[in-house]
Write a new protein. Structure first.
Length: 400
């Protein structure tokens, strides 16, 4: 077998960094994916054979999970059997060469494998260890199992989401997983900056429950200082009417934001009802809040009598913020998102052309980019072991 050649370092703000991604499912892989989009060399470490359990998630595109295709771009695949002495020895050697390690096991798992932070820091004092878990690395609930929906439920988000007269409702996306991944990226960048100053790495500890509680708007100070309890309000804005979602004559939905004092006169002008701006029931933000149902009823009747295109045109002509509730096909073909490079196609060797979200962060000098599709399990094992550790390829799996 030929010796793998050193690949050209990728461009990007983090192109000089090496990341070991031991994570699974969503939050950890998403964090490592963004670091890869930023240019880091990311190595996804998986058990031989099945790999990350998320590879089995539905739906499948030509036998490859749509989730995994998206969250594992810009990564190389390395197989390690961490139950074996050889696998753990190789992991220790890789840690010595890495800048960042990302893991989202249940707290205590890395320690049980023989890799507590103290040992990792001893192996490589410069390494940053990113730990993502349900409840954090310490505290009375630290070792409890958790997933995104559990964090939404226990962190208050589910209590705030849904109709006022309906049950608590989970968000339509894995909001805590994604946000935990984003916080993990921010924590990693802060730790890298601190390393520039001190030469030392540290632990970045991200918990899904913490993330959920950080998204509660003003619920906590309102409760503690005012004694008011925030709860579900459906699509109504919490502070101003008639901000809500309304159904048009052609059976579309449009969200209209009418919060500040300047917007209601514009809205009623667009509706052809300018006299409503001086009606004492609607002439101020507080008055409209006191007459919430009446305010929304007027807007609902107007929207229901027109097609959504007419409504958008009238509102935009009067500078009223609004947006049609887009279907996923409409999002996939959104011209603004296409222009921004947020809807992209990548070439996958198995699945062919796959459409996915592009890079969200735009940098003018060191732009983020998508350079690699999702790797097969262990696809780059020989390459990584040679280029990181100088281990020549063997006829048998060198990682087992």
């Amino acid at each position: 077998m030929p010796i793998p050649s050193n690949s050209k370092p990728p461009s990007g703000a983090l192109s000089d960094l090496r990341v070991l991604d031991l994570s699974r499912f969503i939050a950890g892989p998403y964090c490592a994916m963004v670091l890869g989009d930023m240019g880091a060399e990311v190595v996804k470490v998986e058990r031989p054979g099945a790999g990350d359990p998320a590879r089995g998630y539905q739906p499948q595109i030509c036998g490859r999970s749509a989730y995994s295709l998206m969250f594992n771009r810009n990564k190389k695949g390395l197989s390690l059997d961490l139950r074996s002495d050889t696998g753990r020895d190789l992991l220790a050697a890789l840690i010595a060469k890495a800048d960042v390690l990302v893991e989202n096991f249940r707290p205590g798992t890395m320690e049980a494998m023989g890799f507590p932070w103290e040992r990792i820091h001893e192996i490589n004092p410069k390494l940053i260890m990113v730990r993502i878990s349900g409840f954090g690395q310490d505290g009375p609930w630290a070792e409890l199992p958790a997933f995104d929906g559990i964090a939404q439920a226990m962190g208050g988000l589910m209590e705030l989401n849904g109709s006022a007269d309906g049950p608590p409702t989970v968000c339509g996306t894995y909001v805590c997983d994604y946000t935990a991944g984003m916080h993990a990226v921010m924590g990693t960048l802060a730790a890298l900056r601190a390393r520039d100053q001190t030469g030392l790495g540290q632990v970045v500890d991200i918990a899904l429950l913490d993330v959920a509680s950080s998204l509660l708007m003003s619920a906590l100070p309102e409760y503690h200082s005012l004694g008011t309890v925030m709860t579900r309000r459906g699509n109504r804005d919490r502070y101003a009417a008639p901000t809500n979602v309304y159904r048009s004559q052609d059976d579309a939905w449009i969200y209209i934001v009418c919060g500040g004092a300047e917007y209601f006169p514009r809205l009623v002008r667009a509706m052809g009802r300018p006299e409503l701006a001086s009606d004492e029931r609607f002439s101020s933000v507080s008055a409209r809040r006191s007459n919430w149902d009446a305010t929304e009823a007027i807007v609902r009747a107007w929207v229901g009598a027109h097609d959504v295109a007419q409504i958008e045109a009238a509102l935009r002509a009067n500078d009223v913020p609004c947006g049609k509730v887009a279907t996923i096909p409409e999002v996939a073909n959104n011209p603004q998102l296409r222009h921004r490079g947020q809807i992209v196609e990548i070439d996958d060797p198995v699945s062919g052309k796959v459409t996915m979200q592009g890079v969200t962060i735009k940098l003018s000098r060191t732009p983020l980019s998508i350079r690699l599709p999702m790797p097969e399990v262990g696809q780059h094992t020989d390459d990584v072991l040679y280029n990181w550790l100088g281990i020549l390829p063997q006829t048998e799996d060198a990682a087992q």
